[in-house]
Ligand binder design. Structure first.
Ligand SMILES: [Zn+2]
Ligand SMILES: [Zn+2]
Length: 338
């Protein structure tokens, strides 16, 4: 029995999260379009991008949007054109929810660059709610052996981190630097370690440094500190442009820095000799393709990933984002909804 109304958080006017721009509302349960599923949310991960949407670092795409794009839930109704899902399926909804399928990027297997791409919890209402709709072709089946709360962070933190690791071009057995150690980084470190990498973590939080070492990192130091070895590759997870120069300096010749975030504060000027010469590269990471998601979820099915992080109730979503903003969350936070 699907109720008529539900609880859902809405961003009234984007503003610093401690001024309470989010409001918990009672709103109608959405009706799925012909190609969509209606999903009862069980857990929704809390991602830094939700903070960017809430605080206005990302421009408003849908007024009063419901954030949340790491959704694990159960299919409760289907549009009449959907043949790939069934009521009762446990599924995941991630950030990317639409691409055109026809542009040069889509046709080249680079749908993450599609100019008509749309995103859950930004262009359409997301999972900080009891229900959401999602296009069936962007709904994922999930690996077994994980709880709902463990699966949720895999859907953005995991997938984007996985793409970032690929973009960082880490050679087999290589030395990887990770700058910032939140939800995405703690998953990506485990993927890299499972693939044989030597991982060095640079992060501001004492908690996060301890977690990094527990997960198998070879070293953990302060956010801008020099790692003990030259790095083949690095990933910048912290949304802090000031960390680009030290990360570039820490790279070995020919090394690559991938910047994982959707938002980064300004990068200070770089010195060509110190930061770029010797064929060092900087790359951004833009969203992900469905192929990345399927590849990563299959990887998570083969290699157990330990997901750590605090659990909040749905009505505590604003507090979860305040904690994320304050840097006081170790691992990946989730909202327990249903
Ligand atoms: Zn396209
Ligand atoms: Zn995210």
């Amino acid at each position: 029995m699907i109720p008529a109304t539900m609880r859902a958080w809405k961003v009234r006017t984007p503003a610093p999260v401690d001024t309470h721009p989010l409001q918990l509302t009672n709103t109608e349960v959405p009706t799925p379009a012909a190609d969509e599923a209606l999903i009862a949310v069980r857990t929704c991960g809390v991602c830094r991008t939700d903070l960017h949407v809430t605080e206005g670092d990302l421009a408003v795409h849908r007024p009063h949007v419901t954030p949340g794009h790491e959704v694990v839930g159960e299919v409760v109704a289907l549009g009449n054109a959907v043949t790939t899902l069934a009521v009762g399926d446990r599924v995941g909804v991630a950030w990317l929810r639409h691409t055109c399928g026809e542009c040069t990027y889509c046709l080249a297997g680079r749908e993450n660059l599609c100019p008509l791409s749309r995103y859950t919890g930004w262009d359409a209402d997301g999972g900080y709610a009891e229900f959401l709709t999602a296009p069936a072709s962007f709904v994922y089946s999930l690996p077994g052996g994980y709880s709902d709360a463990e699966l949720a962070p895999l859907l953005c933190a995991g997938i984007i981190g996985y793409r970032s690791l690929r973009r960082a071009d880490l050679p087999p057995g290589g030395r990887l630097g990770i700058y910032g150690f939140g939800g995405s980084a703690h998953i990506t470190a485990q993927v890299a370690l499972a693939e044989g990498a030597e991982v060095h973590v640079m992060t501001r939080g004492e908690h996060a440094r301890r977690l990094a070492l527990e997960l198998g990192a070879a070293s953990a130091q302060g956010a801008a500190d020099r790692p003990p070895v030259a790095l083949d590759s690095a990933i910048l997870f912290a949304p802090v442009g000031d960390l680009v120069p030290p990360a570039m300096e820490a790279l070995d010749r020919g090394g690559t820095l991938a910047i994982a975030g959707i938002h980064l504060s300004d990068v200070p000027s770089l010195n060509y000799q110190r930061h770029l010469f010797q064929e060092k590269q900087i790359r951004s990471v833009t969203s992900n393709t469905r192929a990345d998601a399927l590849e990563f979820l299959a990887f998570a099915g083969r290699h157990r990933i330990e997901i750590t992080g605090p659990h909040y109730r749905l009505d505590q979503a604003d507090r979860a984002l305040e904690d994320l903003s304050a840097g006081s969350i170790a691992g990946a936070a989730v909202l327990q909804v249903g």
